[in-house]
Design a protein around this ligand. Structure first.
Ligand code: AFP
Length: 356
């Protein structure tokens, strides 16, 4: 038990309650923590809790829903609906936004979330997470309309994620830095264990799904090839690669030790602007990352300045250590200006040392 260490509630009282959104926002984040505790308990039971495996349903993304997807969504919807602090919610697992209706009370916020991110990892017992984004609801307290949700990430008043790993972590920002809390299962308190997280500006570690390499745009190919060339290429230092296929786990690793995460636009499905969703993956993670001193871009523009057009729209995501993200953005600018050819190491060319 962590006697005397700062709990989430104490942190919120000291840092949030006095602001404009103050007490309501603090109370809403306590509600988020309650939903996270419930999901953590379910996740920790694994197959014993009946929360592994799939439903015979698909979500609006056309993805088969895992049981924990649905149970996690229910945990968040019920918590928000009964908490009296939100006017409506939108979720990866629901086709359309869901307004809070009588007999429940509508509150001053909108909650947008991915209740369980990385769910293809559940049955493999790999860390998964929840991601949330909080916007202000429209004045007047009426039933929210779609345009109330479609706000750029710069209008988020809070954002964060839960990571269900060996420890259950809750990482949040209200625009005053990014702070991490660890769940003390013995007493059910979140304890401040990672105050004011700062992402190292430089890194040797990149995260990307390289099976999509043939679909990447040239500036991404150029950047990744330079990383792979390591000491033998223009970067003159070796890099390491990670890919967990659970964005929450990747982002948390980057917050803790630096790194760059790329899920770029690719031509695999030209109709898609990317794989990840803007409203409940890219925007909240961008706020968390920027508040920790990192950058988050599509490669061509700041993600949090993108004006949404659809609640489930997808977007390219390149985020993490600011100097690496800035380099990838520069490569996009050079490519779009007709400069900067994709790098190919002499070691791997036809006339290189390693002939096929
Ligand atoms: P799932 O929730 O369907 O597992 O998708 C996870 C995710 O949205 C994100 O967390 C990962 O970074 C990314 O997709 C993994 O995508 P790939 O399976 O294409 O590598």
């Amino acid at each position: 038990m962590h006697l005397g260490r700062k709990t989430l509630s104490k942190y919120l009282i000291e840092n949030v309650s006095g602001t404009k959104d103050g007490a309501d926002l603090a109370a809403l984040l306590v509600d988020v923590a309650a939903a996270v505790k419930a999901i953590s308990a379910l996740s920790a039971k694994g197959a014993l809790g009946g929360a592994t495996g799939s439903m015979d349903t698909t979500n609006v993304q056309g993805e088969t829903q895992k049981k924990l997807d649905v149970l996690s969504n229910t945990a968040f919807v019920n918590t928000f609906e009964m908490g009296g602090l939100v006017a409506g919610v939108a979720s990866e697992e629901m086709d359309d936004p869901f307004p809070v209706k009588e007999p429940h009370t509508r509150g001053p916020f909108l909650a947008i979330f991915d209740p369980l991110d990385g769910s293809s990892n559940i049955d493999g017992n790999v860390s998964v997470g929840s991601i949330f984004s909080i916007l202000r609801a429209a004045e007047g307290g009426g039933e929210p309309q779609m345009e109330d949700y479609l706000k750029p990430g710069t209008q988020q008043v809070a954002a964060g994620y839960a990571l269900y790993g060996p420890a259950t972590l809750l990482v949040i920002t209200v625009g005053k830095g990014t702070h991490g809390f660890t769940l003390d299962h013995e007493v059910g308190n979140f304890i401040l264990t990672h105050p004011d997280i700062q992402i190292p500006a430089d890194t040797n570690e990149y995260a990307i799904n390289t099976s999509n390499e043939r679909f990447w745009e040239p500036p991404v190919t150029r950047y990744i090839n330079e990383c792979k060339a390591g000491k033998t290429g223009p970067r003159e230092r070796d890099f390491n690669m990670r890919w967990i296929a659970s964005m929450v786990a990747e982002v948390h690793r980057i917050l803790i030790r630096g790194g760059i995460f790329l899920y770029p636009r690719d031509t695999k499905d030209p109709s898609r602007a990317g794989r990840l969703r803007l409203m409940y993956e890219a925007n909240p993670m961008s706020m968390v990352v920027e508040q920790a001193g990192g950058l988050s871009s599509t490669g061509r523009e700041r993600i949090m300045e993108v004006v949404p057009t659809q609640i489930h729209q997808r977007i390219a995501v390149i985020l993490g250590s600011r100097n690496e993200v800035a380099r990838v953005m520069q490569y996009h600018q050079e490519h779009d200006a007709g400069k900067g050819e994709p790098f190919s190491s002499p070691l791997f060319s036809d006339r290189g040392l390693f002939r096929a």
